[in-house]
Design a protein. Structure first.
Length: 286
């Protein structure tokens, strides 16, 4: 049993609530949509699922029906009591009132190495939250998130496409992303002014490249994406680094896949290590 449009309105009215624009609340009001998301999540009994932005429980109920153990996170203290009532007869659902951007994820997910994240994410936090989870929460081994269509395309974009950017490189470093479905605005209450899409991200072992160095270069390069790398990275990367990496300095950032970016980061570190320290002018100890 999942929520229909009238049910969403009744639940909100019962607590004298309205969707909050500051939290980007758009509640899914179509049973077929949430059942489809639960199917695409590929979870079942024995799996651990963390749901961010559980709201009134539309998706939570569909996930609970799979038999997986669900930790449903919701930040809106007005909505949380309704959510708890909705899942009161679902022993496999635990509701947590918390802000996903401020959570101690290591503590929350302790005891289990593999979690699946499933979420209908507010558009204003989707990209930074997913990037933070990729960087800092290896226990989340898979994600299925509903985000703004343009954001989904950036996560999954290939080099030499208009959507390809720093987020695409970060995602490819940590995992494999694919847009697996589109969700019409008509299934939400209230109806958003943007289209939504589902993106699946599966974590893999990252390359051996130092991620701090890699993402520093990626941010700098895409910060001036219309420029050639020799110009956008001129303050960071020595000219001979490109030869070491096997990359043309006239390339633009969107032309490099994650492997090429990793070669550039490795070559940059190698160049730094090989650069001799200059002796002090007075001949004393450095």
């Amino acid at each position: 049993m999942t929520h229909s449009r009238p049910t969403i309105r009744e639940l909100l009215a019962s607590a004298s609530l309205a969707p909050r624009r500051d939290l980007g609340q758009n509640f899914v009001a179509d049973p077929n949509t949430v059942r489809r998301i639960a199917e695409l999540a590929h979870v079942g009994a024995g799996d651990r699922v963390v749901e961010i932005g559980a709201g009134l429980g539309s998706l939570t109920l569909a996930l609970a029906d799979t038999g997986a153990d669900i930790t449903a996170i919701e930040v809106d203290r007005g909505v949380v009591p309704i959510l708890r009532d909705v899942v009161i007869d679902r022993p496999n659902v635990h509701v947590l009132e918390a802000d996903a951007m401020r959570l101690d994820w290591e503590q929350l997910l302790a005891g289990h190495d593999h979690w699946v994240l499933v979420a209908n994410l507010p558009y204003n936090v989707a990209t930074p939250l997913i990037c933070d989870l990729l960087d800092e929460v290896p226990a989340i081994s898979r994600m299925l998130v509903m985000v703004q269509r343009e954001a989904a395309e950036r996560f999954a974009a290939a080099p030499r496409t208009s959507a390809y950017g720093a987020v695409s490189v970060k995602t490819a470093y940590w995992g494999t992303a694919k847009v697996v479905g589109h969700v019409p605005a008509s299934v939400f209450v209230p109806r958003p002014n943007v289209e939504s899409a589902l993106v699946a991200i599966t974590r893999h072992d990252p390359p051996a490249t130092d991620p701090d160095t890699l993402f520093m270069l990626v941010r700098a390069g895409f910060g001036q994406r219309r420029k050639m790398l020799r110009r956008s990275l001129s303050a960071i990367v020595a000219p001979d680094t490109y030869d070491v990496a096997g990359i043309s300095p006239t390339s633009r950032p969107e032309e490099l896949d994650v492997e090429a970016w990793c070669r550039l980061a490795d070559a940059h570190l190698e160049t730094l290590l090989e650069t001799p320290l200059e002796a002090p002018a007075d001949g004393g100890s450095p």
